[in-house]
Design a protein around this ligand. Structure first.
Ligand code: SAM
Length: 238
């Protein structure tokens, strides 16, 4: 099977269908990312089949695990080369997306990739997650925060939960340790204004890797003392 046949089948599994035009955009993105990656470190995954499975379908699995309404606001915390955020926007241009990363080189790449793909309605933010959530307009504000491969869940909750509005959800893309990480994060979730936590298997077509999405409900605003500074989060996770 060719990489883009797998992409179309995998996206159709999740979204019901994948238009040729959408598959073409993903193809264009792969070529652009692979070329850009020669000068700026974006990803170690560059084989088209792996890019499709481990970046695109893995990111798209968010839609299989959460009901994300038209026009919803989403922040991707530590987005790197745009996973899962950029993939979500390609599949759902109606979303109001914020891509946040502490690497300015990656943010510059994302701006140029979005321009290439004619994607609008994206807020690109260069900054640290634990600092930006203290800025006006970012706190208790988003319908969803999403994040993949940034930190273990107890630390990640402190970085991401402050962005979510009460009634919204934090969606964390995790591997086989999801259950243990979720248990370890129970205390953090409570302290940060979270409620119900669910772990949903997110099977990916063509892959043997186990993927899960941990979905955390936000029930009340995050108390003012959180997030703490990076050193405290690292030293003593909640
Ligand atoms: N989410 C992407 C993915 O799954 O491919 C990138 C994962 S990469 C391993 C981690 C990214 O998180 C890097 O781009 C790094 O710059 C960013 N990052 C780490 N800590 C951060 C923080 N405190 N605030 C913002 N970005 C952070």
């Amino acid at each position: 099977m060719e990489a883009y046949d797998l992409l179309k089948a995998g996206i159709a599994d999740i979204m019901g269908e994948c238009a040729d035009e959408t598959a073409e955009k993903f193809k264009k993105l792969t070529e652009y990312m692979t070329e850009y990656n020669k000068n700026v470190n974006l990803t170690r995954i560059t084989e088209p089949m792996d890019v499709v499975r481990l970046h695109y379908l893995d990111s798209a699995a968010v839609f299989a695990c959460a009901d994300i309404k038209a026009g919803a606001s989403v922040i991707d915390v530590g987005t790197g080369a745009g996973f899962p955020g950029l993939v979500m926007k390609l599949l759902r241009p109606d979303l109001r997306l914020c891509l946040l990363d502490s690497s300015n080189k990656r943010i510059a790449y994302l701006r140029s990739a979005a321009e290439l793909l004619n994607l609008t309605g994206i807020d690109f933010v260069h900054g640290r997650a634990e600092e930006v959530s203290r800025e006006k307009g970012y706190r208790d504000a988003f319908d969803f925060a999403v994040s993949r491969a940034v930190a273990s869940l107890p630390k990640l909750c402190e970085l991401c939960m402050p962005y979510v509005r009460p009634g919204g959800r934090f969606l964390s893309l995790k591997g086989p340790d999801a259950e243990a990480e979720a248990r370890a994060a129970e205390n953090a979730v409570k302290k940060l204004g979270g409620g119900n936590m669910q772990i949903r298997p997110a099977p990916i077509r063509g892959g043997e890797v186990e993927h899960y999405i941990v979905s955390v409900e936000k029930t009340r605003p995050t108390p003012a003392q959180y997030p703490r500074k990076n050193a405290a989060i690292k030293k003593e996770p909640l």
